[in-house]
Design a binder for this molecule. Structure first.
Ligand code: ADP
Ligand code: MG
Length: 242
C-alpha cells in the first residue's frame, strides 16, 4: 500500500474544472516534485491532499484512510500531514518557541513542561537552535521559513507538503531552505513539493510529476524525464525554466 493513493481526483471551482482526474501514488520515503506552469492545478492538488479543499470526484487515501474535508478526525490527519506555504505563516505576536509549541501543547501531543525541549529539538534540525527566543520579525525570510518547517516537524508528521516555499525568498536565502528540505529527505521524510527549483527536482526528487491543464501530463524518474521528455508540453516547460 502506498502512503498516499490518489485515484481519479476531480476538483472544480464553480464551473471550472481545475483537476481533471489525477491519479498518483506516493510511497513511503518518496520525494515527489510537482512542476508545471502557473494555473496547472499544483497548489489545488496539495490542498486536496491535506483536505483543505473538498474534492468532487475520485478519492485520496493516506495510510489507507480515505480523506475528506468533512472527515471526523480531520485534526488527526493534519497532524500526520504537515504543509508549508510560500508565505511565511508564523504568528507575529509569538516567539519562535511559542510558534512551534502552540499546536503540540494545545492538542495534548506534548506536556507543557516538555515543550521547550521539543522546540529546541526541531529547531536544531533546521539549524536554528539559537533562535528559540527570537520574534519572527527579527528573522530573515529564510529563517522564518525554516521555523515554519520546524513547526511542522514538531507534530511528527508522516508526510510533508511544500508549496513553493522558496518562491518568495531573496535568491541568497533559497539555498538554506532547500538544504533543510534535502536533509529531511535524506532522513527518510516522505515529501511532496511544488517547486521551480529544477536543481532540487533533478538531484533530490525520487519522482517527478509534470502537471498541465489539471492533469498529470508526465511522471517518472527525474533524470529520465529531464533527458527525454515525451510531450512537447514538458519539453517546452523544461526549456522555459532552464
Ligand atoms: P498552480 O498552483 O499550478 O499555479 P492552482 O492550483 O493555484 O495552480 O490553480 C489552478 C486553477 O484553479 C487556476 O485557474 C486558479 O485560478 C483556480 N483556482 C485556485 N483556487 C481557486 C479558488 N479558491 N477559487 C476559484 N478558482 C481557484
Ligand atoms: Mg500554486
Amino acid at each position: 500500500m502506498a502512503l498516499v493513493e490518489i485515484r481519479d481526483v476531480h476538483k472544480s471551482f464553480g464551473d471550472v474544472e481545475v483537476l481533471k482526474g489525477i491519479t498518483l501514488d506516493v510511497e513511503k520515503g518518496d520525494i515527489v516534485t510537482i512542476i508545471g506552469r502557473s494555473g496547472s492545478g499544483k497548489s489545488t492538488l496539495l490542498r486536496c491532499i491535506n483536505a483543505l479543499e473538498t474534492i468532487n470526484g475520485g478519492e485520496i487515501r493516506i495510510e489507507g484512510e480515505r480523506i475528506a474535508a468533512d472527515m471526523p478526525n480531520l485534526r488527526q490527519l493534519r497532524q500526520r500531514v504537515g504543509i508549508v506555504f510560500q508565505a511565511f505563516n508564523l504568528f507575529p505576536h509569538l516567539t519562535v518557541e511559542r510558534n512551534i509549541t502552540l499546536a503540540p501543547v494545545l492538542t495534548g501531543k506534548i506536556a507543557k513542561d516538555k515543550a521547550r525541549d521539543l522546540a529546541r529539538d526541531v529547531l536544531a534540525r533546521v539549524g536554528l537552535a539559537e533562535k528559540i527566543d527570537a520574534w519572527p520579525e527579527q528573522l530573515s525570510g529564510g529563517q522564518q521559513q525554516r521555523v515554519a518547517i520546524a513547526r511542522c516537524l514538531a507534530m511528527s508528521p508522516h508526510l510533508m507538503l511544500f508549496d513553493e516555499v522558496t518562491s518568495a525568498l531573496d535568491p541568497e536565502l533559497v539555498g538554506e531552505v532547500l538544504k533543510v528540505m534535502e536533509d529531511m529527505a535524506r532522513q527518510g521524510m516522505t515529501m511532496i513539493l511544488v517547486t521551480h527549483e529544477m536543481g532540487f527536482a533533478r538531484t533530490v526528487a525520487t519522482k517527478l510529476v509534470f502537471m498541465h491543464q489539471g492533469r498529470v501530463w508526465e511522471q517518472g524518474k527525474p533524470a529520465e524525464l529531464f533527458a527525454d521528455p515525451r510531450t512537447p508540453e514538458l519539453r517546452n516547460f523544461i526549456s522555459s525554466v532552464k
